[in-house]
Design a protein around this ligand. Structure first.
Ligand SMILES: [Zn+2]
Length: 104
C-alpha cells in the first residue's frame, strides 16, 4: 500500500510510514479501548486507558488511585464500571483449534 502523506510504498501491515513517520489510516489498526492481558496490575483498566490515550501508565494509575481514594470515591466506581465494560484484549493467535490435522 501507499502512504497517504508522502506517497511512498510501505508494508501492508505497517502502522506507521517508514519514510515520514505518519500513522497510517485509522482503518488499518484502529485503537480500541481494551484491557491488555500482559502488564496489568489488577484488571488492566489503567493500562488499557494509558495505551488508548498514549499516556504513561504510571501516571494513569497514580491519578486514578488518588481519585479512587478521595471521597466520594468516584474513581473506585469508575474502575469497577470500566472493568465490566472494557473488553479484554483478544487472545494471541497461536494454534487455532480448527486447523488441527484430523486424526487418521
Ligand atoms: Zn509517509
Amino acid at each position: 500500500m501507499y502512504c497517504n502523506y508522502c506517497g511512498k510504498v510501505i508494508q501492508d501491515d505497517a502502522s506507521h510510514c517508514a519514510y515520514c513517520g505518519k500513522r497510517i489510516g485509522g482503518i488499518v489498526s484502529r485503537k480500541r479501548l481494551v484491557r491488555p492481558r500482559s502488564g496489568r496490575k489488577i484488571a488492566g483498566v489503567c493500562l488499557g486507558v494509558a495505551e488508548y490515550f498514549d499516556l504513561d501508565v504510571t501516571l494513569v494509575r497514580v491519578v486514578w488511585l488518588i481519585v479512587a481514594l478521595l471521597p466520594p470515591t468516584i474513581g473506585l466506581l469508575a474502575y469497577l464500571i470500566a472493568w465490566i465494560v472494557m473488553p479484554e484484549e483478544p487472545e494471541p493467535v497461536s494454534a487455532p483449534l480448527a486447523e488441527r490435522a484430523p486424526n487418521v
